[in-house]
Design a protein around this ligand. Structure first.
Ligand SMILES: O=C(O)CCC(=O)C(=O)O
Ligand SMILES: [Fe+2]
Length: 453
């Protein structure tokens, strides 16, 4: 990762070149060869028609989603000895996504490109990165042996009765999180874990972070889950462009023996469909920049929504929503949602409230869901966090690097100014005071660096 600016490197921001490619209100899907080079899935503002992402024909906007769902539901042609009633399979690339969608047996995601007036387009989960080429996300289904996943759900549901409800300071008020949370330490070996569990103790060699409180000793099934997460993340990281990899991964990923391994897990218990987590990017205090995070889902299927954090440019017309990208992915029981770098920097994620839209829904084990988000502590970043004015450990966050500093930040210039290379987004890392369960934060603000991602 290359730092390209920072507090001491304030320079005037060059005027951004306007991209001439697509008329306002339309979004060209570059890299989506299967849709054809000129396929636009969002109609011009005011246009009554939109193209189906599957067959590429135009339909009235209100009908395109229903139609695309029908394209999706077409049965796959079965081999037959009688004369074919269907035309032979086409080599036309615009037909390829339909084939992928028809052949999928897994969950169906949906994508919306453009503002709220744009249509949601159904998409097989395995084809998401064709629809949204820069999506830093992978879903792995049936990640654990089924019985192990079921047993782990049982164990964690029993433990979840003792998990805490964190309190955050939001918009000037203390608010209880609408879910229960705990942190599990993954570095303890099985023997020590067993001894601690027998004694009813938590691990005291802890950093008490991210969910607050002390770190718990994982039940045995969590070890299997962590191994599966390790394998999935290691494989997925090999597909990430090197400029999006953190320094430690970049140095070692060339070795065949490289293994990403989680050091802790943040567990969430969603008691029913109204429990949720709103749009956020995870704090980076313990993870450092450009982390991978792998979330195992157990129990009810819930909808995971990814949104581009900064679809427009600072100072540009806020009503132009053509750059909005929303992706809803149903997370079934025993699936692993891998957020790859730079997901925390450039996207938000959330668990959508049931009844609040979203792809998927459906219930298993009532509406209760447990997630285990496996993470890797970056030691050098853990040690770097400064203390704020009220004496607490600061948290590391990101913001758009070419936008003004946050309103609460005092005594600062617009220190995010930098040269943004074409097609990249400047991202500022900064420390601030944002305690969990700690009451009102102070106004501490300390920029760390700006990078172009
Ligand atoms: O429950 C999930 O899958 C997501 C949880 C999450 O975003 C978090 O713990 O930061
Ligand atoms: Fe999160």
């Amino acid at each position: 990762m290359r730092a390209v600016g920072g507090r001491s490197a304030s320079r005037p921001m060059p005027k951004r070149r306007k991209s001439p490619a697509v008329p306002p209100g339309q979004r060209k899907l570059t890299g989506v060869a299967s849709l054809g080079a000129s396929a636009h899935v969002t109609p011009r503002a005011g246009s009554r028609f939109a193209a189906c992402p599957i067959c590429a024909k135009n339909f009235p906007r209100h009908a395109v989603e229903t139609h695309a769902g029908g394209c999706l539901g077409e049965p796959s042609p079965t081999p037959s000895t009688s004369a074919p009633t269907q035309p032979p399979p086409s080599n036309d690339p615009t037909r390829r996504p339909a084939a992928r969608l028809r052949s999928t047996s897994g969950p169906v995601a949906r994508v919306r490109i453009g503002g709220p007036d744009a249509s949601w387009m159904p998409c097989a989960v395995e084809s998401l990165r064709e629809m949204v080429p820069d999506l830093p996300f992978v879903l792995v289904e049936r990640v654990m042996p089924p019985r192990d996943a079921d047993a782990l759900l049982e164990d964690l549901r029993a433990e979840a009765t003792t998990w805490g409800q964190d309190e955050w300071w939001i918009a000037g008020e203390a608010r209880k999180a609408p879910r229960l949370t705990a942190v599990y330490e993954m570095r303890v070996d099985d023997a020590r874990a067993e001894a601690l569990r027998m004694a009813g103790l938590d691990d005291d060699d802890d950093d008490a972070e991210d969910g607050g409180g002390s770190e718990r000793v994982p039940p045995p099934g969590m070890r299997v889950a962590a191994e599966r997460a390790s394998a999935a993340v290691t494989a997925a990281l090999r597909s990430v462009p090197s400029r999006h990899l953190p320094d430690d991964v970049l140095e070692s990923i060339g070795d065949d023996s490289y293994q990403w391994a989680p050091t802790y897990a943040v567990a969430n218990f969603y008691r029913d469909g109204s429990d949720r987590v709103g749009p956020h990017a995870d704090q980076l205090t313990s993870l450092g920049p450009l982390p991978a995070i792998a979330g195992l889902s157990l129990g009810a299927t819930r909808s995971f929504r990814l949104r581009k954090r900064w679809p427009g440019r600072p100072g540009e017309d806020a009503s132009d929503r053509s750059g909005d990208v929303w992706v809803d992915v149903p997370l079934p029981h025993n699936s692993l949602a891998v957020m790859l770098p730079p997901c925390q920097e450039l996207w938000t994620h959330e668990i959508v409230r049931e009844g609040g839209g979203g792809a998927g829904g459906g219930a298993r084990d009532g509406k209760a869901r447990v997630s285990l988000t496996f993470r890797r502590r970056a030691r050098d970043w853990v040690d770097r966090a400064p203390t704020c004015e009220c004496g607490r450990r600061c948290v590391l966050k990101t913001r758009r690097g070419d936008a003004p500093a946050p309103a609460f930040a005092v005594n600062t210039d617009n220190d995010g100014v930098m040269d943004a290379e074409d097609g990249k987004t400047p991202v500022m890392y900064y420390y601030t005071c944002d305690p969990v369960n700690g009451g009102k934060p102070c106004k501490f603000y300390k920029p760390v660096k700006v990078v172009a991602l």
